[in-house]
Design a protein around this ligand. Structure first.
Ligand SMILES: [Zn+2]
Ligand SMILES: [Zn+2]
Length: 430
C-alpha cells in the first residue's frame, strides 16, 4: 500500500489484523480522520448521507456518497496512509520523435517551472498539439525526485497513455489505474501512475509531480472537487501541472503558463464559420445539405452535432429524405450500439455521423468536417465548441476542413470560441 491512503476494509483485504497492528506500531501507516468539518477527507465532498445504523460503530453515522464507488468512507473509522517515501529513480527518456520549436519551448518551460519550485503550472495545448510528448522532459526530471502521477477523467485515455509512457521510460514501472482492476493490480507499486481522477484518490502524499490532463476531456469536464482531491496525491514538496485545451479565465491569468498555439503539423486551427439557419428543426439549412453531399462524394466524413437526443432522429430522417444514397448513422451516450456505429464511421461505412455532444475521443478521423446545428443552444459552451472545432484538420495530410456553426442568433459562447481560435492562429497566447 505504498503511497496510498486506504479504508480499513481495503487494508484488511491486503493484510491480517496482526500485520496491520504491527504496521501501526512501527508507524509504517498512520491514521487520519475520515471526515473533517463535514467534508470527506478522501474526496473533499460534502455530499454525505446519514445511515441509521452503521455496520462498524452500530449507531447513526455519516458516509460519503461521492466516493462510494471506491468503498464506503464512514465518519467513525479513520483512513490509514503509508509513510513510505519513494526515493526517486534515474530514468532515461527514450524518445525518438522530434519537437517543433513551439513544442520544445513549452516542454522546456515546464522543466524550468518544475526546477524553480513553481507549485502549479499550466500547459495550454490546442487539440492536436502533441501534448503527451511535451510532458516527457518534465516527467524525466521529476522522476529523479519521486514518482509521477498522470490523472485524467477518462478511462480510455488512461489505457492509451500508459503504454506510450512505458515506451518512453522503459526502465521504470508504469501502471494504469482505473475502475475494474483486481486487488493486486489496484495497490501495486509504481514509478509512474496513470489513473482516472477517481482512482487517483487512493494515492496520498506520494508524488513529486502530479499532471492533471483535461485535454480531450470534453464532454467529461474535470470535476473541480476531484481536481482538489487529486492534489492530495502530491507530496508536500511536489508540483502540479495542469494540461488543458480550453483554459478558464482564471487559468489564463496565471504567470506560470506554457502555450502551444500550433498543432504539431504547424497549420492553423480551422476557424468556425457562422450561418444563420432559422428553425433548423423544421428545415435543415440548404448550405449544410449541399456540403454533406459534396463531402460524401469525395469520401470525406462529416460530423453533425445536435443539442438533444431527439434531434438525432429528426436530422437523420431529413438527411435521408434529402438524399437516399447518404449513409447516415446516429450516436449518443446511452446508445448500446455506440461502439459499433463509431467503428463503422471510422471505417468509412457511414458518410455522416449525427451525434450529441457526447463523442468518443477515439472518433478523431482524418479528413473529417464538423457541422453544429443549434450552436446557439446553451449546451454548447465555448470550450465544447472549441473542442468540436478541434476534431477537424488534425492529420498532417488533411490539415483543413469545414467547421460550421448554424444558429438562430449568435451566442457569447460562439463568439468567444471563434475569437480564441483566431487568437491562437495569430500566434499569441490567450
Ligand atoms: Zn468522499
Ligand atoms: Zn460508524
Amino acid at each position: 500500500m505504498h503511497m496510498r491512503r486506504l479504508l480499513v476494509d481495503e487494508l484488511r483485504a491486503l493484510f491480517s489484523d496482526p500485520e496491520i497492528a504491527f504496521m501501526i506500531q512501527e508507524k509504517w501507516i498512520v491514521p487520519t480522520a475520515s471526515f473533517h468539518e463535514g467534508r470527506c477527507t478522501r474526496c473533499n465532498s460534502t455530499r454525505t448521507q446519514q445511515t441509521p445504523r452503521c455496520g462498524r460503530c452500530h449507531s447513526p453515522c455519516l458516509y460519503c456518497r461521492d466516493c462510494l464507488q471506491m468503498g464506503r468512507n464512514v465518519a467513525c473509522t479513520p483512513l490509514y496512509h503509508s509513510t513510505y517515501v519513494h526515493p526517486g529513480c534515474d530514468a532515461t527518456l527514450q524518445f525518438h520523435g522530434e519537437f517543433s520549436p513551439a513544442q520544445n519551448e513549452a516542454a522546456q518551460k515546464l522543466v524550468s517551472f518544475y526546477e524553480e519550485g513553481v507549485t502549479e503550472s499550466l500547459l495550454h495545448a490546442v487539440c492536436g498539439a502533441g501534448k503527451t510528448e511535451m510532458l516527457f522532459p518534465v516527467i524525466e526530471r521529476a522522476l529523479r525526485d519521486g514518482p509521477v502521477l498522470v490523472a485524467t477523467p477518462r478511462r480510455d485515455v488512461v489505457t492509451e497513455l500508459a503504454p506510450r509512457l512505458q515506451d518512453a521510460f522503459p526502465s521504470v514501472t508504469v501502471r494504469a489505474f482505473h475502475g475494474g482492476l483486481d486487488e493486486d493490480a489496484r495497490y501495486a507499486p509504481c514509478d509512474i501512475a496513470v489513473a482516472t481522477t477517481h482512482q487517483a484518490l487512493r494515492f496520498f502524499n506520494a508524488f513529486a509531480l502530479v499532471i492533471i490532463d483535461e485535454v480531450d476531456a470534453f464532454p467529461f469536464t474535470v470535476d473541480r472537487k476531484l481536481t482538489y482531491a487529486v492534489q492530495k496525491a502530491r507530496r508536500a514538496d511536489g508540483r502540479t501541472a495542469l494540461v488543458t485545451a480550453t483554459p478558464s479565465s482564471g487559468q489564463r491569468r496565471t504567470k506560470h503558463k506554457a502555450t502551444v498555439p500550433r498543432r504539431y503539423h504547424g497549420h492553423d486551427l480551422p476557424v468556425p464559420a457562422f450561418y444563420w439557419s432559422g428553425n433548423w428543426q423544421k428545415r435543415l439549412p440548404i448550405r449544410l445539405l449541399l456540403a454533406i453531399r459534396e463531402k460524401a462524394a469525395k469520401h470525406e466524413p462529416t460530423f453533425v452535432f445536435v443539442p438533444h437526443i431527439d434531434d438525432l432522429y429528426l436530422v437523420e430522417a431529413k438527411l435521408r429524405a434529402f438524399d437516399a444514397t447518404l449513409r447516415v448513422g446516429t450516436v449518443h451516450s446511452a446508445e448500446p450500439d455506440r461502439a459499433d456505429r463509431v467503428a463503422a464511421f471510422r471505417a468509412g461505412d457511414l458518410d455522416v455521423l449525427v451525434t450529441t455532444t457526447i463523442l468518443e475521443r477515439g472518433v478523431t478521423v482524418p479528413r473529417a468536417h464538423a457541422y453544429v446545428l443549434g450552436a446557439d443552444s446553451g449546451l454548447f459552451t465555448s470550450s465544447a465548441l472549441i473542442q468540436i472545432a478541434g476534431r477537424v484538420g488534425r492529420h498532417v495530410d488533411f490539415p483543413t476542413g469545414d467547421v460550421h456553426f448554424y444558429h438562430h442568433g449568435k451566442t457569447a459562447a460562439m463568439v468567444e470560441a471563434q475569437k480564441d481560435i483566431k487568437a491562437l492562429n495569430a500566434g499569441g497566447g490567450l
